[in-house]
Design a protein around this ligand. Sequence first.
Ligand SMILES: *[C@@H]1O[C@H](CO)[C@@H](O)[C@H](O)[C@H]1NC(C)=O
Ligand SMILES: *[C@@H]1O[C@H](CO)[C@@H](O)[C@H](O)[C@H]1NC(C)=O
Ligand SMILES: *[C@@H]1O[C@H](CO)[C@@H](O)[C@H](O)[C@H]1NC(C)=O
Ligand SMILES: *[C@@H]1O[C@H](CO)[C@@H](O)[C@H](O)[C@H]1NC(C)=O
Ligand SMILES: *[C@@H]1O[C@H](CO)[C@@H](O)[C@H](O)[C@H]1NC(C)=O
Ligand SMILES: *[C@@H]1O[C@H](CO)[C@@H](O)[C@H](O)[C@H]1NC(C)=O
Ligand SMILES: *[C@@H]1O[C@H](CO)[C@@H](O)[C@H](O)[C@H]1NC(C)=O
Ligand SMILES: *[C@@H]1O[C@H](CO)[C@@H](O)[C@H](O)[C@H]1NC(C)=O
Ligand SMILES: *[C@@H]1O[C@H](CO)[C@@H](O)[C@H](O)[C@H]1NC(C)=O
Ligand SMILES: *[C@@H]1O[C@H](CO)[C@@H](O)[C@H](O)[C@H]1NC(C)=O
Length: 702
Amino acid sequence: MVGIMMLRTWVLLAILSVSSATRCSHRRRVVQAFNVRRNASSETTPLQVGNGNFAFGVDITGLQTFKPFATLSSWGWHNFSLPTTPNQTSVEDFTGLDWWTHGRLVNYDQPNPAEPDISNWLIQNPQRLNLANIGFSFKSGVNVTEADLTETSQELHLWSGKISSRFLFKGSLVEVETWADPEVDVVGISVKSDLLASGVLGLFFDFPYSDTNKFDAPFVGVWNATSDHSTKLDQQSSSRATIRHTLDDTTYFVTASWQGHGTLSGPSDGTHRYLLTVPGTSHLELTAMFTPNLPSTTRSLQDITDASSQWWRSYWQTSSFVDLTGVKSANATELQRRTILSQYLLAVNSASFNSPQESGLVNNGWYGKFHLEMVVWHSLPFARWNQFPLLWRSQPNMYQRFLASSFERAKQQGYKGARWGKMTDPTGRSAPGEINSLLIWQQPHPMYLAETEYRSFPNSTTLNRWDEILTATADFMASFAWYNATTGFYDLGPPMYPVSENTQPNATRNPTFELAYWRFGLDVALRWRTRLGRPVPAEWLAVRDGLAPLPIEDGAYAIYEGVPGMWTYANTTFDHPAMAGVYGLLPPQPPVDLAVVRRTADRIRDTWTLEESYGWDFSMLAMNSLRLGDVDGALNYLLHPVFQFDDAGYAVGGSRVPTPYFPNGASLLTAVAMMAGGWDGEPGSHFPKGWDVKVEGFVPAM
Ligand SMILES: *[C@@H]1O[C@H](CO)[C@@H](O)[C@H](O)[C@H]1NC(C)=O
Ligand SMILES: *[C@@H]1O[C@H](CO)[C@@H](O)[C@H](O)[C@H]1NC(C)=O
Ligand SMILES: *[C@@H]1O[C@H](CO)[C@@H](O)[C@H](O)[C@H]1NC(C)=O
Ligand SMILES: *[C@@H]1O[C@H](CO)[C@@H](O)[C@H](O)[C@H]1NC(C)=O
Ligand SMILES: *[C@@H]1O[C@H](CO)[C@@H](O)[C@H](O)[C@H]1NC(C)=O
Ligand SMILES: *[C@@H]1O[C@H](CO)[C@@H](O)[C@H](O)[C@H]1NC(C)=O
Ligand SMILES: *[C@@H]1O[C@H](CO)[C@@H](O)[C@H](O)[C@H]1NC(C)=O
Ligand SMILES: *[C@@H]1O[C@H](CO)[C@@H](O)[C@H](O)[C@H]1NC(C)=O
Ligand SMILES: *[C@@H]1O[C@H](CO)[C@@H](O)[C@H](O)[C@H]1NC(C)=O
Ligand SMILES: *[C@@H]1O[C@H](CO)[C@@H](O)[C@H](O)[C@H]1NC(C)=O
């Protein structure tokens, strides 16, 4: 700890010794070099402006003209009406399933074949809403498509959070700027074109209905179910109008304000499409604010551009920084590109008051819900890159809000403490599912985050913030571990699903990663008690020190104890290779055996079906390689052909999940932070030999 404090002081002095203006202009050059430039809409990803709780995705026009990319928020959700099937008409009618669990029946939230309708309803509801689409409307008798535009070009300005777009329509120039406010859920739009004044160009606002697609990508919602929802225009003045959108029990508002005298009219017949025209001007300044209640104020375009420019400048200046521009290698440039673009996209998509969904605010996966086992991947970069205020938006208050229902979940199953859910909506309810109800690696995440925060802020504020949550989390962990009188060890499972979700749950006992994570989590909880000067619970200590040994097959760590032919048959060496996480993501701890860790890493490299892996696997393997001293191996993982980021930095989903998949970019940042700052016992940079890299502001990983 003293070492860390000294290192932090040293980093601080090093930073202060460079004039901050010089540093700023240098950082600005590095960041801006990765501004995204497009000349056509992407088929899969928008460019986005946003603030972590709200984002607006645009096509090549700077709006949602030809491609209805989404406007998503943390607060906009919708329920379809409950089923009307007898005995399945309310949430309380869902009873789940009982499974034998160490000699007793435990109730799990799993779809019950006798209650299919309410089971499905609970999985599919609520969904996250695409709040509206805003695009150009061309008054010209023919259907205009993107092919009718010429000289299209577009740039995302990372340093200020602006998207500038230009194109010609019938030879006439249209210039667009798109912004979002860093605090308020409002977009700012500037359009310069003579086509505005002549009435050829206007803007439309359109409102889709929700649907029950598990994955709604690349677009969210349906536009032809117009009779299932309603919109109402409340025109307040010639420069402001509010549209109220009602979908069943959900209502929210879009308030448009503009300069000059305009008219917002509509909806046109059989649609929810409204049209804004502001004749007599060739420069339209428009803001569109999205709110769950009728707003009392609006923001001007100037307010938004000022706030956005300042917020992003400050974000880039206060962030930890890796400068790879001194390295003449395409690999370094690609790593820098992924790093910078991931930093931008995480602030836009993942810095929310609840954990983000895997596809952030781009499109919907799993109905727009978020997964608590992904919390560490999503949140950790904010801590590791010195953006604690973004971490604190959700941590630990999200756990605090979900505490009561998690106590209830544990109690109902006969355990102490709080059992965290999995596929979650804003109420904290976990969707029914066999995997959802039996996954356990989300449980120690609060310990990982708390300990990470404590290493940067080792004071009573941090201890008190996390105390109640760590206690509730550890109580469940200790009570979930089952004392096996035959072996004298505490077992995890069965039934359970390990990280890889690909085993038979009734046969899954003592998976490697979960055992190590249980030990780590209980150890942090015990340390917390000691730091607070309070007695340590005997059960936590007994379980931490009495967990079953990590399972080894053929000299390497196995998915779980007794898995048949772990390293012999190809039927187990696919999906998340979580056993690599015990030395990399997790710090070294007993009983991890370094020789076994090495053999495991070699086996994974040589035999694992990485084509079926998701991106955070590559970051996790890179962290494992780093700790083992194999920097080149780490880089190979981070640049693995399956681990792809598109031209705008969105992580490509690959064969298993849709694009984008944000745990990839987030985990990449965590791995790069480890390269840049090292870890306890080996602080400092760990880049390939000969790379001249400048790093600023990293605390070593644990
Ligand atoms: C559009 O962008 C692509 C990819 O960056 C580039 O290859 C192409 O030349 C550009 N086209 C025009 C017309 O600028
Ligand atoms: C959806 O319904 C559930 C169950 O009644 C409720 O808890 C939740 O608040 C509702 N969400 C929305 C957005 O209406
Ligand atoms: C609904 O529940 C009642 C009372 O438990 C039961 O008598 C009835 O058979 C059930 N109806 C159906 C359709 O399952
Ligand atoms: C696990 O065991 C329960 C009984 O306790 C059974 O209902 C369930 O179908 C089994 N699951 C699998 C995947 O075999
Ligand atoms: C425009 O598109 C609509 C829907 O595809 C079609 O019904 C209509 O005929 C088209 N109009 C023209 C002028 O091409
Ligand atoms: C809406 O469009 C989809 C896809 O084209 C189609 O399957 C569906 O039937 C349409 N729904 C209505 C109400 O027209
Ligand atoms: C702990 O550190 C944080 C961050 O620097 C600070 O805001 C807080 O006031 C500190 N608490 C105490 C008790 O010093
Ligand atoms: C106790 O542990 C052994 C070894 O893991 C296992 O084979 C056995 O099934 C466990 N006992 C029970 C009752 O689960
Ligand atoms: C893998 O294959 C072996 C040999 O055929 C079999 O015994 C084992 O049950 C299989 N494992 C899984 C998880 O399917
Ligand atoms: C770049 O990375 C790839 C894949 O990791 C590797 O094969 C190649 O040798 C690297 N090139 C350089 C110049 O380091």
